[in-house]
Design a protein around this ligand. Structure first.
Ligand code: HEC
Ligand code: HEC
Length: 329
């Protein structure tokens, strides 16, 4: 009997070991990057800046920001230079948002436009590595071709900045699991129909990654049925904030908010700048991209509001700012 168990044990080790070896070697699903060279028209530069800095807040993750001030405004000249996420955020390993400026050595100046497009929408780096989906490429997959070209045109127009950063190093087994996340974009993606308020709102909510921050997570996965119900905790720089419930639940979400109240909430931050932002402390700490998103045209905010009215109401009462900062760890 003991011998049988031993054999079973050995067999298991061999199978599991073989499985890991297979996963170590496994490559993510990927396309060869397109040979397309993105033309930088004025329209694209403007639209690309809007997506990069406002709607998708690429700059929020990929820039150096002043966390002493409300909303963490981006330092002058540090847009796109990259950022190393601090350990207290509780990410599974060392996570680094790379330098996206066109510096050839430390940024992505040596990448083709096709490689940039593939990284943004399909989650594969230049070297064929799967990107950690904290980079919201599963959402950017739905980015229209024209918007994706615009983002690339805008990234190409950034001032090259030399800023050497370490590489992302994820813990086992997350480093292997993420290989299954990338997926090629196989059909043309037409621009969103702006005359359809709901559809355009859905598109903006997708590009804004709202659901990622506004849904409770368990072991790195969104809890099904809790979408937009808030409650994700962000512990950062010794401060703690929980995301708000933005589902249309009338008691605990935005159910009683009219469209104008929603728009005004964003527009209330529209004149806040690097210079006049108040100091950030436990009572006003946030990671909500208020400064970038306050610059959205009202039409876009109204579309977002319209879409958020249609998601399932989640009953979830959130104390966004707990009274005291978390105990030192
Ligand atoms: C929530 C934070 C976050 C946001 C928002 C974000 N990124 Fe990223 N991005 C990352 C992280 C982290 C990585 C690196 C992941 C890794 O190394 O596995 C990354 C990787 C990349 C890469 C690959 C770079 C390389 O050297 O491999 C590109 C290109 C990129 N992001 C562009 C963008 C663009 C464009 C947007 C907005 C449309 C964006 N990112 C939004 C966090 C973010
Ligand atoms: C990086 C994380 C993050 C992202 C992305 C994000 N939010 Fe938030 N949001 C928060 C946090 C944290 C709060 C709570 C603190 C605060 O109100 O500033 C919040 C608060 C809000 C509030 C205020 C609700 C209230 O009851 O006062 C609204 C409205 C909102 N978010 C809408 C959105 C929308 C719409 C998007 C996408 C376009 C979005 N958020 C994307 C983190 C995020």
């Amino acid at each position: 009997m003991k011998k049988v168990l031993l054999y079973v044990g050995v067999a298991l080790v061999v199978i599991v070991g073989g499985g890991f070896a297979f996963l170590e070697l496994k490559k993510p699903a990927m396309n060869t990057p397109s040979a397309l060279k993105v033309e930088a028209t004025a329209d694209r530069l403007q639209r690309g800046k809007y997506i990069f800095e406002n709607v998708s807040d690429c700059g929020g993750c990929h820039s150096e920001r002043n966390w002493e001030k409300f909303g963490g405004p981006v330092y002058d000249g540090r847009v796109g230079v990259g950022f190393v996420f601090p350990p207290e955020l509780g990410l599974p390993g060392k996570v680094v948002a790379p330098n996206l400026t066109p510096d050839p050595e430390t940024g992505i100046g040596g990448w083709t436009d096709g490689e940039k497009l593939r990284a943004i929408r399909e989650g594969v780096s230049k070297d064929g590595r799967a990107l950690f989906p904290f980079m919201p490429y599963p959402h950017f997959r739905k980015m229209s071709d024209e918007d994706a070209y615009s983002v690339v045109a805008y990234m190409n127009s950034l001032q090259p900045v030399k800023n050497r950063l370490p590489k992302t190093e994820l813990n086992f087994p997350i480093d292997l699991m993420i290989k299954f996340v990338p997926a090629p974009v196989v059909s043309p993606a037409p621009p969103p129909d702006r005359s359809n308020k709901l559809k355009y709102g859905e598109y903006l909510v997708e590009m804004g990654g709202c659901i990622e921050c506004h849904t409770q997570m368990e072991r790195g996965k969104m809890v099904a049925g809790k979408e937009f119900g808030g409650g994700t905790e962000f512990n950062f720089k010794g401060m703690l904030v929980r995301s708000a419930n933005i589902s249309p639940d009338p008691e605990t979400g935005l159910g009683k908010w009219g469209e104008q109240r929603f728009v005004d909430k964003f527009k209330g931050f529209a004149n806040m700048t690097y210079d006049n932002a108040p100091r950030m402390n436990q009572s006003n700490f946030t990671l909500m991209p208020w400064l970038p998103m306050s610059q959205l045209p009202e039409e876009d905010l109204r579309a977002i509001y319209a879409y958020l009215r249609t998601v399932k109401p989640v009953f979830n009462s959130i104390e966004v700012h707990p009274p005291a900062p978390p105990a030192a760890q």
